[in-house]
Write a protein of this length. Structure first.
Length: 122
């Protein structure tokens, strides 16, 4: 079993953060974001995808630990929506003709991923 720690009382609140006060929704959204990041890394940075995959698995495990069985569909919807939104940011950052907008999207994607990985202490 993977060992990791989490500070539930101190969710990151960096600028532009979209974190909820509900830990379950936060874990689900972060799992979705890291799913998008992992798939993006498969194309551009394969080695980094292995780290992201482990972090994503930890977030899925955290969500599963606090989720009631009847919340499964809602949690999956949160994950899918967050993955789609993060994928859009990564695509905007990578395949954009506007350098300023691409830089903004890259910064937002990195900030959101960092907010998620900050939840994991190891």
């Amino acid at each position: 079993m993977t060992t990791f720690c989490l500070a539930l009382g101190a969710l990151p609140a960096s600028a532009g953060s979209s974190f909820e006060t509900d830990p379950l929704r936060t874990f689900a959204a972060c799992a979705g974001r890291l799913s998008a990041l992992m798939e993006h890394q498969w194309m551009f940075d394969g080695d980094a995808s292995e780290i992201t995959q482990r972090q994503r698995a930890q977030l899925i495990e955290l969500a599963g630990a606090i989720m009631a069985p009847e919340q499964g569909q809602q949690v999956l919807a949160w994950r899918i929506n967050a993955k789609a939104a993060h994928h859009a940011l990564l695509t905007r950052a990578t395949f954009n003709d506007d350098p300023g907008d691409a830089a903004w999207a890259a910064d937002m994607a990195a900030l959101q991923a960092a907010d998620c990985t900050a939840l994991l202490l190891s």
